[in-house]
Design a protein around this ligand. Structure first.
Ligand code: NDP
Length: 338
């Protein structure tokens, strides 16, 4: 059975990664694209070989599709997802699911009531490096995890220096853009949930409109583990990485907070050092593969709607902490609080 996708949003991420990832599936087809501008939809469809271009959500949802991929700016995700769910289409939505965790909860509840598959496109869970780290932690190879560090400060490419750094109302800022990924990846690798966060943000010269373009967070997890994460848009020369330090060993991953299946993971224990091997499957191809399986009722999407609520609750708490100067408790069921 082929799965026919409608793209909601004529976006960069769809063009660079997701169109190819859908077409890489044996049964994945892109049937239509919707943009808020019919002209841009037509141009995008032409450039990407998509048969139908529409300038209106109802026209997309009324067409012959099974699933939608939502990659519009963040303030539009909620309304578009709710409409797709109402129309009986499965939804793979970009992160953050919405602008608030309360809205994300509404989205997940609507999908649950309608029996619709809802996934959050947290690509990093699909990286072989992160799955190798998760397996090593779960197998006790570093003993009891004590601390983690995430290095995810990058330089935002010029072609993406638009709404992310100018439009608070579109859900811009580095916390909704990157901290959500770091929170999700920490949860995934550690198999643990964050309970509290303390965050400082900065505007280091790129973002305007009161938006932050750098953030440093300190997280306390349920198990007692503490973690730090650094997200940024303005550091041209920083590398990325992810470390987990345990009572019996450390995992030191380099160049793994990326969109490509790159990087390395080193395990260091009293036995010495070992480079962990892991698969190099494209992250987005795996995300769509898992989503297709979930549609067939064979498992869950790589990151579920609940995972999307979690990552947004974490980002929301980080922003509240930065604004208040206090540590904020994270509660994905109720929202965050000082
Ligand atoms: P883009 O800025 O490329 O696209 C977002 C929207 O902006 C599009 O839907 C489009 O609206 C509009 N747009 C795009 N190009 C133009 C243009 N030339 N003129 C006017 N409007 C334009 O954003 P991204 O692709 O970077 O991000 C989209 C979503 O995907 C966000 O939610 C982001 O957080 C997420 N994302 C996720 C990643 C991941 O790895 N999981 C990586 C990157 C982004 P319209 O459709 O109406 O034409």
């Amino acid at each position: 059975m082929s799965i026919r996708w409608g793209l909601i949003g004529a976006s960069t991420i769809a063009r660079q990664f997701m169109i190819g990832a859908i077409r890489a599936q044996p049964n994945g087809e892109i049937a239509a694209v919707m943009s808020s501008s019919a002209e841009r939809a037509t141009a995008y469809a032409g450039e990407n070989g998509i048969p139908l271009a529409v300038g209106d959500l109802n026209a997309l949802l009324g067409s012959d599709i099974d699933a939608v991929y939502i990659s519009t700016t963040n303030e539009l995700h909620l309304e578009q997802a709710l409409a797709a769910i109402k129309a009986g289409k499965h939804v793979l939505c970009e992160k953050p699911l919405a602008l608030t965790s309360a809205d994300a909860r509404a989205m997940v509840a609507a999908a649950g009531d309608a029996g619709i598959v809802l996934g959050t496109n947290h690509h990093l869970r699909n990286a072989g490096a992160h799955r190798a780290m998760r397996d090593a932690v779960a197998a006790g190879r570093i003993g009891k995890p004590i601390a983690a560090r995430v290095f995810h400060s990058v330089f935002l490419p010029e072609n993406l220096q638009g709404w992310r750094i100018t439009k608070p109302e579109a859900g811009g800022g580095v916390v909704l853009d990157i901290t959500v990924h770091d929170a999700d990846t920490l949860r995934f690798v550690l198999g643990d949930d964050p309970a509290e966060v303390s965050c400082f943000t900065q505007s280091a010269g790129m973002a305007g409109g009161g938006l932050e373009d750098g953030a440093m967070c300190v997280w306390r997890f349920e198990s007692g583990l503490i973690a730090q994460s650094h997200e940024g848009f303005t550091t041209k020369f920083a590398g990325t990485g992810f470390e987990v330090h345990g009572s019996e060993g450390s995992l030191i991953a380099t160049n793994v907070m990326t969109q490509k299946p790159d990087g390395s993971v080193l395990l260091r224990t009293t036995q010495g050092e070992e480079q962990l091997s892991f698969d190099r499957e494209d992250l987005y191809v795996r995300s769509v593969r898992r989503f297709h399986a979930a549609i067939r009722r064979e498992g869950q999407p790589s990151a579920s709607g609940e995972d999307g609520i979690w990552s947004l609750a974490c980002a929301e708490a980080a922003l509240q902490s930065a604004a208040s100067g206090k540590a904020v408790k994270i509660d994905p069921k109720l929202g965050s609080r000082n």
